[in-house]
Design a protein around this ligand. Structure first.
Ligand code: AHR
Length: 312
C-alpha cells in the first residue's frame, strides 16, 4: 500500500512538472529601442515565472535571421513559437512549415500580412490608433495649424505603416496641418538624431516648423539632442510628440523638452503567455487579435508614469 502511494506521488509530480515545462521559441525583432529591450526583459521574466523554457532569438533587425530562427525552432520541435516580426510581409512559407510540423504560432507586437489561419492569434496594441491619438493631441495643441516634420520607423514594419496612416488620417481633417518633411530613422536614437540634423539644415533651422512627430520615443530623444546641439528649444518652441512611453521620454517631459507620448505597454509577457499556455492547455476560443490598450501621456502625468514604472 505504502509503495503504491509513493508511486502515485511520484507519478503525480512527474505529470505536474512536465505539464508546466513547455518549450517556447521566441523570435524578437532586435534591441533597437528602449521599448524593445524592456519587452524582451519582460518576456524572459514572465517565462521564468511560469516555468517555461524560452528559446530566445534576437534577429538584430534582419528578416533573414528571423526566418532562420523560426526554422530552427521548428527543427527543435518546440511546443509553440512566438514571433515579433521585423516586417509585415514574407511570412507565408515559414508559417506553412510550422503548420505542417503541427507547431502553433503566435504573433506578438508587429503584424504580418499572411493568411490569419496560419497563426493562432496576434497579441498587440493598435498602431493605427496610436497615430490617431498623437495626431489628435497635436491638432488640439496647435489649434489645427501646424507644419510638421516626421521621423518614420523602419521601412515595412507594421508600426511605421500604421502610425503614419493613423496620424495622416487625423491631420487630413485640418487644412492648416501639413507634413513638410518625412524620413526614416529606424526606431533608433542615432537614427532620429541623424534625420533631425538633416531636417534642421533643409528647413533653415526648423523655421516655421511647429512640431516634430516621431514614430517612437527613441527617435524623438535623438531629435531632441540634435535640436539642442543646434541651439533650438524642443518642447518650448516646437511641440514634440511620439509613441512608446519609455522612462527617458518622461524625464524629457519633466525637463520641458518633450510634449506628449502614446504609451505602448512593454510588460505584455503576461498577456502573450496567457494565450500561449491557454492554447496549449486546450483552449480554442481566442480572437485573432488580442488587443492591448494604448493611451496618451503628457508632462502633467509624467512623474506619475515614472513612479508607476519604478514600482513595476
Ligand atoms: O513594434 C513596436 C515598435 O518597435 C516600438 O514602438 C519601437 O520602439 C520598436 O522598435
Amino acid at each position: 500500500m505504502i509503495r503504491f502511494a509513493c508511486f502515485l506521488v511520484v507519478a503525480l509530480l512527474t505529470v505536474t512538472v512536465s505539464a508546466s515545462a513547455e518549450t517556447v521559441g521566441f523570435s524578437q525583432v532586435g534591441a533597437e529601442s528602449d521599448w524593445r529591450t524592456a519587452f524582451s526583459a519582460d518576456m524572459r521574466t514572465e517565462a521564468t515565472k511560469r516555468g517555461i523554457d524560452l528559446h530566445f532569438d534576437d534577429a538584430q533587425g534582419s528578416v533573414d535571421r528571423q526566418l532562420a530562427a523560426v526554422r530552427r525552432f521548428i527543427a527543435e520541435r518546440v511546443d509553440a513559437i512566438i514571433i515579433a516580426p521585423v516586417v509585415v510581409s514574407g511570412w507565408t512559407p515559414v508559417l506553412l512549415e510550422a503548420k505542417a510540423a503541427n507547431i502553433p504560432v503566435f504573433i506578438a507586437d508587429r503584424s504580418v500580412d499572411a493568411d490569419p489561419s496560419l497563426f493562432v492569434a496576434r497579441i498587440a496594441a493598435d498602431f493605427n490608433l496610436e497615430g490617431r491619438l498623437a495626431g489628435s493631441w497635436l491638432a488640439q495643441a496647435s489649434r489645427g495649424h501646424c507644419s510638421i516634420v516626421e521621423l518614420r520607423g523602419s521601412d515595412g514594419a507594421a508600426p511605421t505603416i500604421e502610425r503614419k496612416k493613423g496620424f495622416a488620417a487625423v491631420i487630413a481633417q485640418f487644412p492648416g496641418m501639413r507634413i513638410m518633411r518625412s524620413d526614416g530613422g529606424d526606431f533608433t536614437s542615432a537614427g532620429g538624431r541623424r534625420v533631425m540634423e538633416q531636417f534642421i539644415k533643409s528647413t533653415n533651422g526648423l523655421k516655421d516648423i511647429c512640431s516634430v512627430w516621431a514614430h517612437n520615443d527613441n527617435m524623438l530623444l535623438g531629435a531632441i539632442e540634435a535640436m539642442k546641439a543646434a541651439g533650438l528649444r524642443p518642447g518650448k518652441d516646437i511641440l514634440m510628440v511620439s509613441v512608446d512611453g519609455v522612462p527617458d521620454i518622461f524625464h524629457a517631459m519633466l525637463a520641458g523638452e518633450a510634449s506628449a507620448s502614446v504609451e505602448l505597454k512593454s510588460d505584455i509577457g503576461k498577456y502573450i503567455f496567457d494565450v500561449v499556455q491557454g492554447y496549449l492547455g486546450g483552449r480554442r476560443d481566442y480572437q485573432k487579435w488580442v488587443l492591448i490598450p494604448s493611451d496618451l501621456h503628457t508632462p502633467e502625468d509624467a512623474a506619475k508614469m515614472l513612479e508607476r514604472r519604478s514600482g513595476s
